[in-house]
Design a protein around this ligand. Sequence first.
Ligand code: PXG
Length: 438
Amino acid sequence: MGEQNQSLESFWMPFTGNRAFKKKPRLVERAAGMHYYTPGGREILDMVAGLWCCNAGHGHPKIVEAIQAQAAKMDYAPHFGFGHPAAFEAADMLASIAPEGMNHVFFTNSGSESVDTALKIALAYQKERGQASRTRLIGRERSYHGVGFGGISVGGIPYNRMQFSNSMIPGVDHLPHTHLLDRNAYSRGLPEHGIELADELENIVGLHHASNIAAVIVEPIAGSAGVLIPPKGYLKRLREICDKHDILLIFDEVITGFGRLGDNFASQAFDVKPDIITAAKGLTSGTVPMGAVIVRDEIYNEFMSKPGGAIELFHGYTYSAHPLAVAACKATQTVYKDEGLFHRAAEMASVFEQALHSLKGEPNVIDVRNYGLMGAVELAAIDGQPGARGADLLQKAFDAGLMIRITGDTIAFSPPLIVEESHMQQAVETLKTILRDL
Ligand code: PXG
């Protein structure tokens, strides 16, 4: 069916201006390697890995084969009281790339479910270890932790909370965000200024008392809010303050996991060990929905230390460790390893940095920032119309054969880890042309 005459009415699209989209749709129907293809066959360079997830590139034959073979062998297996051997193997594979001492994995189907699962594990753990008064959760401004009630409550994106403001879970505080444009603009890698923002955690502890606080959750690099990179020393300082007050630290690595920062997880890239990691997206290179929560052994062992064989955690999903997701996860992790894609991401990071920073000085560009294969170019908003310039640019980029992600007036980049220098040059040249007559 052509792009023009398909009915788009029935699908209520997520996080999309439905009316604007349906007037002028941007449709893709095929993908391979670094590219999408429109129904008319036009090639679109994918500089966001779909939605920060297709880290192995599109349509990797080994991942495709594994999913096809599993679909033919066993469609579904229950994991409430039964098990499927491959699911245990997938958990082992994740434990082997997680930071040391984090060897237990709870499977979910998305980043949102991973976040809500992690928050529930944190709360239940505090209760299990006899610290039931530790119920408060601390998130951060401008953070995105998915769309579950837990996730939007600890999250810090005003529009995502606005329609639900009376229904947030109680007992949540927010750290300040770390985006200091006036002090850190055009930083390459970690910005110099802002470590002191972590000390706000001491103030929150001072206000509520540590004995009431369960966990802090942060994205090591905030993705959705426009790639906000932590100031030097900031994450270590958060870890120190959590240790001092016996508070759990959760890293939401839904975007930063699986090579995005040139290492297995941001935890390793930044050498800061959290107590819980949430993951999704790159876990299966976006091929089959799957999420995971990876916990420190002490947390798992606390649940397992009680006598008897009863259920230890009253939580789980019909599709936890779905066989298709497990097959995709195992094949994806094998591809990452065999093809050295995380190492490749680390090697390409400086080329990526050069390419992005060449946009400095173009019309309306007010910041360029990057770490690993994650980066952003921030544009000045049009007076009184925040987001309008970004929306215009998204459309023009698509028309010119380039897929990027826009948050407000910030362009985000997170290319598949197979990206070549020529793709980066193409993206930057396309953007230069558009910015010059936007
Ligand atoms: N945590 C983080 C850090 C995320 O980036 C989620 C949780 C939720 O994952 P699910 O799988 O439930 O969507 C995410 C998701 C964007 C964008 O444009 C980012 C996400 C999702 C959709 C759009 O930046 N991240």
